[in-house]
Each structure stands twice: as structure tokens, then as C-alpha cells.
Design a protein around this ligand. Structure first.
Ligand code: ADP
Length: 651
């Protein structure tokens, strides 16, 4: 039996495990395949998009577009030529101004100082000195509150000097500053022309991508004034322009000044940090974008220009925002996928994109010129592919589950059938063994008694009668046994037919007592009965119910060994008729009670047991009662006795 179950379990479990394994493999493969597919789609898009975005033409167009945030320009000897340093003014010797300065500043005598400054203007051969002296006398006139004179002189000075000299231009810018200040002080708003001219001086020669090639060459028409001065003048220009900012020309120039100022500031700042180019050789090669060692996230692009005009080296400096512009077309492409991307510079800092909590789908290097060490991360936002994988996986799982259920069901069914068959076999064997065992004893005693009588081994007629009585008793027992076997056999084959009729419970009880009477006529047996005659008739198969009661009464007698005291009661209880058989016999444990209705169950199977039996009686009882929709209750305690109560519904 056990090995059959093991075999069956193996037949079910093995294919189930195999199937589960196949399923997990299939699921994993499906996910892998989808991921692979997705990866190739995305890598293709990333690569084509990157190529398109960062191809040489595009870059040339974009990186030469004047959007650099600052410029440093060096000549062939690595000397800084932009931003222009503050040297142009200092070269003028101040010695001849000493006397005038003393009068103006120490003695606080602008009047006399003017005379002294005028003397310098008249006597000096150098334009740079003369214009400087003229500015000083304008300053003194202003101090003397002779604004009109000062304004007139300023205008004269501006028209008088030639622009070509760098020192003159530097000084002229100062005159403009003074003049406009004085005009505003004089409440004159007719400053448009002077303001516009001042702007032109200040914004001239500021490095942009368009004019880089001119710096430091003889192609540069005018020498640039110091960049720090340009910055100051442009800032002042914006504040001077305030009253006339509605003027279109001025507003255009204000806008230009606003874009130039941050570039100049950053250029000056960078010029301070990177006075020489020694770091370039290490940090980047020609045209590559590389990160600067600055607090702010700044990038630089180094160009070594060996053109016809001169050798120049440029350092274009970009803020992170400017670099982002380069990647915009790529980012746009990627976001169409739909996905998001992040771009990191060579130091691992974010250049573009906002960090997303999930894991990146692809992480790759940007293998495009100009951005060495840059990496990109791609985040897939769409769950379409995952959904497709999930759907496929669900199909696998359901198919697997279905097959497993089918295997289990078939296994269960086969197991059930085998189990039934085995039980039937056991039943048959038990049945045959019981029959042969139970029939042997009465048949043997009948044979012995009959032989004795035939051989004439008896004393008198009384003994003959006694022997015949015994033969009759054994015969009766045999009949009872065979009745039980027949009932059981019919019951097993579902051939037992009950014929229901209205019968008085008292009648049934009496028939049962009659059948068992002889057994109870023993010396040590006290039998009491209490039968309620008034109970309404019940619809039952009388013979079958008699069989039930005979079995119960027989058991009560069988399983009470000494001083039998058996009570038989018939009474009504609610909707039921109750037949109760109580004994003071060996009783049963709870476990035994649960099993006594099973076929062939006997609580005591030892050879020394005193009662004869087949273990069929109570299973027949149960079968009959079930057919009558009746119940049986067992109350029992070992060594104290048992009570069996049958309840049959009165219909
Ligand atoms: P058997 O032919 O062995 O009497 P039964 O089906 O009538 O078969 O009873 C099954 C078992 O239940 C008995 O072997 C016995 O152990 C137990 N049993 C039945 N009736 C009683 C009772 N009145 N007192 C104690 N044990 C009982």
C-alpha cells in the first residue's frame, strides 16, 4: 500500500517539479529576451541620437556660436591678451602733475590747479599727457561748480583728440563718464549721443566668437582698452541710461551691455585663476570640453589657432547651463522614447537631467569627440515592455497551473481508484477470514454433539434433549451469523432493499427481545425493560430495526462479563423515538467509540478475548440507521458500562 502511494506521489510530484522548473526558466528567458530587445532598441536610439547631436558639423556650428560665458586669449608666448590688463594708463609718468595735484588735492585750490593743468596742456608734446591734464582741469571746473564750462570743455576735448592712441581712448572714456555725470547733474536728459558714443568705446574689442581671431594681430583695428575699465563703463552706462531707456537705440545697447557684463566679469575672474596655460596640456587636448577646477561648475574648451594672422590660444569657458544646450537635441530625442536621460561630466557631476529614483536602464560612455569621460544614463519611463513581458509570463503561469492542476486531479483520481480497489481487496480478505473463523466454532460443536448422539454416547433421553438443544442453539447462532453476513454483503453491494411500513415502536422492541430472549435467560444476567406503549407508529423496515436492536442487545450482553445488568428502554423524545440499551460492561475509550462503527473493527483483537464477534454488527447498525435517517449516540466509560441510544424520527 505504502509503495503504491509513494509511486503515485512520485508520478505526480516529479512532473509537477519539472513543469515548475520549466516555467521559471521560461519566465526568466522571456524577461531576458524583452530586456535584450529593449536594450538594443534603446542603445540604437541613443547612439544615433548622440551621433546626430554631437557630430562634427553640429558641434562646429554650436560650439562656435558665441555662447561661451567667458574667454581667455593668449598669444604665442602664452601671454594673456584678453581680458586686457590695466597697464595702458600706468605707463604715463605722473611727475609733471605733482605740482597741480598738490594744488588740487592738498591745498584744495582748484582755481590755481586749473592754471597749472592748462600749462601742461599747452606745453606738453604728448597727447596722452595733454588729455590727462584737460580731464583734470574739467574735474577742477566741476569742483568750482562751473558745470557749464566743464561740460563745454569736455565736449571740446572729446572732439579734439584722435582715437587711434590707446591711452587717448582710455582717457576719452573717462571724459565721457565725467560729461554724462555732469549733464545728469545739470538735469539735462539730452545725453543720448554722448551715452551712445561712450557705449561704443566701452564695448569695442570685447572678445566674442566672431572676433577672437583678430585679437593680438595687426588685423585688430584699435587697441583694446583695459577690460576692467570696460566693465565699469558698461555698468555705469546701464545706470546712466535709466532716464532714456525707452529710446530704441539705447535700449538695444542696454541689452547688449547686460549680456556683455557677466561675460566680462567671468573673463576677469578666470584670468585671475588661470594666468598661464600650463594646466592645459594635462587637462585637455585641442577642442575638448573639460571641467575646470573651480568652485562653480565651469567647463573650458581649449583651441590652439595657428592661422595665417598669428598664433593664438583660446580658452572658451562655459557654464553648466551652456553645456546643457549642446545636449538638448539628444535629450529631446531621448524623451520621445519615452525615457529620461542624465549626462555626467568626466568628474561624475550632473551636466544635464534630473536624477531619477529608479535604476538606470542603460549606462554608457559618450564615445563622441569633444566630451572625453562623459557618461550618459538612460531611464525607461514606459512600462509597455514590462507589461508585454508580464502578459507573456502570465500566459506561461496559467498554462503551467492548468497542467499542474490536471496532473494533480489525474493523480488524485488514480489514487482514489487504487485506494478503493485496495480497500475492496482488504474487505474481501477480512470477510473471508471472518466467515471461516466464525463459522468454524459452531459447526465444530454441532459436529461433536451430533457424533456423540450418533455413536449413542449418552446416558438418557434427558441428555439427548440437552444435546439436541445445544445443537439447536449453535444452529441459531449460525443462522444469526449468516444473516449478518448476508446483510453486510447486500449492504456492500448496495443491494439491501428496505420495505418501510408503519410499525409501533413497542412491537419492534418486543420482537427484538424475543429474538435475544434465550441469551438473556442466564443466571448472572439481570435484564430490565421499560417500553412506552403509547408512542405513535413509525415508518421503518421492521426487520432491519429489529436487527439493529438485536445487535445492540447482543453486544450489551457480550461485553458485560459478570453480574450483567442490562436496561432496555423505549420512549419518545421530541420528534424522535428513542431505543436505549444500557449495560454495566467493559465500556470503551473515546478513541474506541470513534471507531466501533467501522467494518471489522473490534476493540479487543487479542486471542484471549472472551466475546466472539465479527466486527460487523455495528457497521450494519449504522448502515440501517443511515437509511432511516436515524442517529445513534454512544455514551461509554471503560469498566463502567455503555449506553447506546438510537433516535428514529417520527414522521
Ligand atoms: P462484534 O461482532 O465484535 O461485536 P460489533 O460491530 O458489534 O462487532 O462491535 C464492534 C466493537 O465494538 C466490538 O468488538 C466491541 O469492542 C465494541 N462494543 C460494541 N458494543 C459494546 C458494548 N456494549 N460494550 C463495550 N464494547 C462494545
Amino acid at each position: 500500500m505504502q509503495w503504491v502511494i509513494l509511486l503515485l506521489a512520485g508520478a505526480v510530484i516529479l512532473p509537477t517539479i519539472c513543469l515548475l522548473w520549466f516555467m521559471t526558466q521560461a519566465v526568466r528567458n522571456e524577461r531576458l529576451a524583452i530586456k535584450e530587445k529593449l536594450l538594443s532598441v534603446y542603445s540604437n536610439s541613443v547612439n544615433t541620437s548622440l551621433k546626430r547631436t554631437l557630430d562634427d558639423d553640429w558641434l562646429r556650428l554650436n560650439l562656435t556660436f558665441p555662447f561661451a560665458n567667458a574667454y581667455l586669449i593668449f598669444d604665442e608666448n602664452d601671454n594673456l591678451i584678453f581680458p586686457v590688463e590695466n597697464t595702458s594708463e600706468d605707463i604715463i609718468s605722473d611727475d609733471i602733475f605733482n605740482k597741480a595735484y598738490k594744488l588740487e588735492y592738498t591745498d584744495n585750490n582748484p582755481d590755481h590747479a586749473i592754471a597749472e593743468y592748462n600749462l601742461i596742456t599747452e606745453t606738453s608734446q604728448k597727447d596722452a599727457l595733454r588729455i590727462k591734464a584737460e580731464i583734470a582741469s574739467i574735474r577742477c571746473l566741476r569742483k568750482l561748480n562751473q558745470l557749464d564750462n566743464a561740460i563745454a570743455k569736455s565736449r571740446k576735448v572729446l572732439s579734439k583728440y584722435n582715437d587711434e592712441d590707446i591711452h587717448i581712448r582710455t582717457q576719452k572714456v573717462r571724459v565721457y563718464l565725467l560729461l554724462i555725470e555732469m549733464l545728469l547733474q545739470n538735469n539735462s536728459i539730452d545725453i543720448k549721443n554722448e551715452l551712445s558714443e561712450m557705449f561704443d568705446y566701452a564695448s569695442d574689442n570685447i572678445a566674442t566668437d566672431d572676433n577672437l581671431y583678430l585679437f593680438g594681430t595687426n588685423q585688430q583695428t584699435t587697441k583694446p582698452i583695459p577690460t576692467s575699465l570696460q566693465l565699469i563703463v558698461l555698468e555705469r552706462f546701464i545706470s546712466f541710461a535709466e532716464p532714456i531707456k525707452k529710446d530704441t537705440l539705447i535700449s538695444k545697447k542696454v541689452k547688449r551691455a547686460e549680456t556683455l557684463i557677466p561675460k566680462l566679469k567671468l573673463s576677469l575672474e578666470m584670468a585671475n585663476l588661470f594666468k598661464d596655460l600650463s594646466f592645459i596640456t594635462i587637462k585637455g587636448t585641442n577642442s575638448h570640453i573639460f571641467r575646470l577646477d573651480t568652485q562653480e561648475q565651469l567647463y573650458a574648451q581649449y583651441n590652439h589657432d595657428n592661422s595665417n594672422f598669428a598664433v593664438r590660444k583660446y580658452l572658451k569657458i562655459y557654464s553648466q547651463e551652456s553645456i546643457v544646450h549642446i545636449f538638448y537635441p539628444f535629450v529631446d530625442d531621448i524623451e520621445k522614447l519615452p525615457s529620461k536621460c542624465m549626462i555626467y561630466d568626466e568628474k561624475g557631476d550632473v551636466v544635464c537631467g534630473v536624477k531619477i529614483a529608479s535604476k538606470p536602464f542603460i549606462k554608457s560612455e559618450i564615445n563622441i569627440n569633444y566630451f572625453p569621460g562623459y557618461t550618459t544614463e538612460l531611464y525607461v519611463l514606459s512600462s509597455d515592455f514590462e507589461d508585454a513581458a508580464d502578459k507573456q509570463v502570465a500566459v506561461y503561469i496559467w498554462a503551467g497551473v492548468l497542467v499542474i492542476v490536471m496532473i494533480l486531479a489525474t493523480g488524485g483520481f488514480a489514487g482514489g481508484t487504487i485506494n478503493k480497489q485496495m480497500k475492496m481487496n482488504k474487505l474481501k480478505n477480512d470477510f473471508i477470514a471472518t466467515i471461516t473463523h466464525e463459522l468454524k466454532t459452531p459447526l465444530a460443536s454441532i459436529r461433536v454433539l451430533a457424533d456423540t448422539l450418533l455413536e449413542g454416547n449418552y446416558n438418557d433421553q434427558k441428555q439427548v434433549k440437552e444435546y439436541l438443544g445445544l445443537i439447536c442453539k449453535e444452529n441459531k447462532r449460525l443462522t444469526g451469523l449468516i444473516d449478518n453476513f448476508l446483510t453486510f454483503s447486500r449492504m456492500e453491494r448496495n443491494k439491501q432493499v428496505f420495505t418501510f411500513e408503519k410499525v409501533s415502536p413497542a412491537d419492534i422492541a418486543k420482537s427484538a427481545i424475543e429474538a435475544i430472549q434465550t441469551k438473556y435467560n442466564q443466571k448472572n444476567c439481570h435484564f430490565s425493560q421499560k417500553i412506552d406503549d403509547d408512542i405513535l407508529p413509525i415508518s421503518v423496515d421492521k426487520d432491519a430495526i429489529v436487527t439493529v436492536l438485536v445487535n445492540l442487545l447482543d453486544n450489551a450482553c457480550k461485553y458485560t462479563y459478570d453480574n450483567k445488568n442490562i436496561e432496555f428502554k423505549v420512549f419518545s423524545e421530541g420528534e424522535n423515538v428513542c431505543f436505549s440499551v444500557k449495560d454495566n460492561g467493559i465500556g470503551m475509550t473515546k478513541r474506541q467509540i470513534r471507531k466501533i462503527f467501522e467494518r471489522f473493527y473490534q476493540a479487543d483483537t487479542s486471542l484471549s478475548r472472551r466475546a466472539e464477534g465479527t466486527g460487523l454488527g455495528l457497521s450494519i447498525v449504522k448502515f440501517i440507521l443511515d437509511a432511516h435517517k436515524a442517529t445513534i449516540e454512544v455514551k461509554s466509560q471503560p469498566e463502567k458500562g455503555s449506553t447506546f441510544i438510537v433516535r428514529i424520527p417520527i414522521l
